[in-house]
Design a protein around this ligand. Structure first.
Ligand code: HAM
Length: 435
C-alpha cells in the first residue's frame, strides 16, 4: 500500500547512515570555526518578509521567485529564511552587539528554504554552514573570511581548491558598469533569451549569471568584442581594496582565480565576492560563496557597519564527500549484552550502568541465546558480554571478543576495567556493521 503522505517536493529525510557523515563534517567545521575564534549564533528560521526583500533585493531571483512567504494568524507578513546573513545582521542590531565591541565573528548552521526547481544538489529545504565577520572594512577581514572558507573545506578532505574571486565594487561603480554592459550588449539585445532581456532592463549584471547556451555564446564568443570587466570600472578605493585582498590571498597561500563573470545572486554585496565550485556536481556546482556587504546593516536602519561572510551548501558538500567515500564514520566499537531468561532482570540494570560509559546494545525482545549471538555478530559491536545463569551466580560474566572469537570469564567487579582495556586495544580486524 502506498503511504498516504510523502515529504514535500524538494525536501528529504536524512537517515542515521547518512547522518554519520553529516555529523562528522559538522564536528570538523565546528573545530575550525572555534580555532578561528568564531562564536555560534542561532537566529529564527522565519523573519519578517521585508527583511529579506530589503537585503537580498526585490529584483533578485531568490526574492522574486523562491520565497516561502506566508501570513500568520495575526496577518503578519513572514517568510522562511532563504539565507542567514540578513537574520544575523538583524540580530546584530537588535541585540546591540555593535555597542559591546567593534568587531564580531559569528557562525551558524541550519536549514534554509528556497522555492527553486528541485534537482541534484538543489532542494527546497537545504542546510548551510556560514560565518560573518561584522565591523571591519579592512581587506584583511576579506582574506580571513576566504581563508576560513577554504580551511573548512580542507578539514573535510577537499584538496586543490581554487576560489573564484571578483570585485562587484560599490553601488555607484556597479551602476557605471551596468551601463557599460548594457551598451555593449545593445547590438545583440534581441537575440538574448527572454530572461536575459528582462534582466538587462532591471539589473544587467544578472545577465552574466545566465545558463542559456545562446546567451553564453554572445557573452563569451567574441562576436561583440571582449566582455567589459567590472574590475575596469572600480572606484579608486575599491581598486586599492581589491589589490590588497589579492596580495593577502597570495600571502596566505590561498589558490584563487579571478572570475570576471562572478556576480552572486543576492543584492547586498559590495567589493569582494567569491565562490567555490565542484564540476562533478553538474549544473548545481557551487559549493559555497560569499563576499562583503558594507551597506547591509545601514539598509536595516543601523549605523554604517561593514561586514563580510560566506555560506557553504552542506547538502552539496555532502554529495561530493559521499562520491569520494570520505568522512564515513568508523563502525561503533561497543558492547553487546546477551542475557538468559534467568539473568534478564539483572542484565537490564547492568546495561543501564554500562551505558554511562560505553556504547551498549542488547536485545529487548528476549530472543533465544543463538539469535542474540547472531544479532551481536551483525551489530558491529567489538565485545559480547554473556550473562549465563551459572556464571552470574558465581559473580562472573563471560566476555567474548567478537573480532578474535576469544572468550573468557571475568569477575563482575573487574568488568568495567576489563571493558575499558579491551575496547581501547586495537582490533585485529574491526567487524563491520551488518557484515
Ligand atoms: P548563496 O550563494 O545564495 O549565498 O548560497 C550559498 C550556498 O548555499 C550555495 O553556494 C549553495 O551551495 C547552497 N545553496 C543555495 N541554494 C541551495 C539549494 N536550493 N539547495 C542546496 N544548496 C543550496 C548565501 O546564502 C549568502 N548568505 C552567503 C553569504 C554569507 N554572504 C555573505 N555572508
Amino acid at each position: 500500500m502506498a503511504p498516504k503522505h510523502q515529504a514535500p517536493r524538494g525536501t528529504r529525510d536524512l537517515l542515521p547512515e547518512a547522518l554519520g557523515r553529516w555529523q562528522w563534517a559538522e564536528a570538523r567545521a565546528r573545530d575550525v570555526l572555534a580555532r578561528y575564534g568564531y562564536g555560534e549564533i542561532r537566529t529564527p528560521m522565519f523573519e519578517d518578509y521585508e527583511l529579506f526583500a530589503r537585503t537580498s533585493g526585490e529584483s533578485s531571483e531568490v526574492v522574486q521567485k523562491e520565497m516561502y512567504r506566508f501570513k500568520d494568524l495575526a496577518d503578519r507578513d513572514l517568510a522562511l529564511r532563504p539565507e542567514s546573513t540578513a537574520g544575523v545582521c538583524r540580530a546584530y542590531l537588535e541585540q546591540g552587539l555593535g555597542g559591546r565591541s567593534r568587531v564580531h565573528r559569528l557562525w551558524y548552521m541550519g536549514p534554509m528554504f528556497r522555492y527553486g526547481r528541485p534537482q541534484k544538489g538543489r532542494y527546497r529545504q537545504f542546510s548551510q554552514i556560514g560565518a560573518e565577520l561584522i565591523g571591519s572594512a579592512a581587506p584583511g577581514a576579506d582574506v580571513e573570511m576566504i581563508t576560513l572558507f577554504v580551511d573548512v573545506f580542507e578539514a573535510w578532505g577537499f584538496k586543490d581548491l581554487v576560489v573564484a574571486v571578483n570585485s562587484v565594487g560599490t553601488p555607484e561603480s556597479r551602476r557605471a558598469y551596468a551601463e557599460a554592459l548594457r551598451s555593449w550588449l545593445a547590438p545583440a539585445r534581441d537575440r538574448l533569451s527572454a530572461d536575459s532581456q528582462q534582466r538587462l532592463e532591471v539589473n544587467p549584471l544578472r545577465v552574466l549569471d545566465t545558463k542559456d547556451e545562446g546567451d553564453l555564446k554572445l557573452l563569451h564568443g567574441g562576436e561583440l568584442g571582449a566582455l567589459p570587466h567590472m574590475l575596469d570600472h572600480l572606484d579608486a578605493e575599491s581598486r586599492a581594496h581589491w589589490d590588497q585582498v589579492l596580495a593577502g590571498l597570495e600571502a596566505s597561500g590561498i589558490r584563487h582565480e579571478v572570475d570576471h563573470g562572478l556576480v552572486r545572486g543576492l543584492d547586498y554585496y559590495t567589493r569582494t565576492a567569491f565562490e567555490v565550485h565542484d564540476r562533478t556536481l553538474g549544473a548545481q556546482s557551487t559549493l559555497g560563496g560569499g563576499g562583503r556587504y558594507d551597506g547591509l546593516i545601514e539598509a536595516l536602519g543601523g549605523p554604517p557597519t561593514p561586514g563580510v561572510g560566506f555560506s557553504i551548501g552542506m547538502d552539496r558538500a555532502m554529495l561530493v564527500l559521499e562520491q569520494r567515500g570520505e568522512g564515513a564514520p568508523a563502525a561503533t566499537a561497543g558492547v553487546f549484552v546477551i542475557a538468559m531468561d534467568a539473568t534478564r532482570a539483572q542484565a537490564a540494570r547492568l546495561v543501564r550502568e554500562l551505558r554511562r560509559e560505553f556504547v551498549v546494545e542488547w536485545d529487548v525482545e528476549a530472543k533465544s541465546f543463538g539469535q542474540q549471538m547472531k544479532i551481536a555478530g551483525k551489530s558491529g559491536a567489538r565485545m559480547a558480554l554473556i550473562l549465563g545463569e551459572d556464571e552470574w551466580a558465581q559473580g562472573q560474566v563471560g566476555l567474548k571478543d567478537l573480532t578474535s572469537g576469544e572468550q573468557r570469564a571475568v569477575r563482575r567487579e573487574a568488568l568495567v576495567a576489563e571493558l575499558r582495556a579491551s575496547l581501547a586495544a586495537p582490533a585485529e580486524a574491526a567487524p563491520k556493521r551488518g557484515a
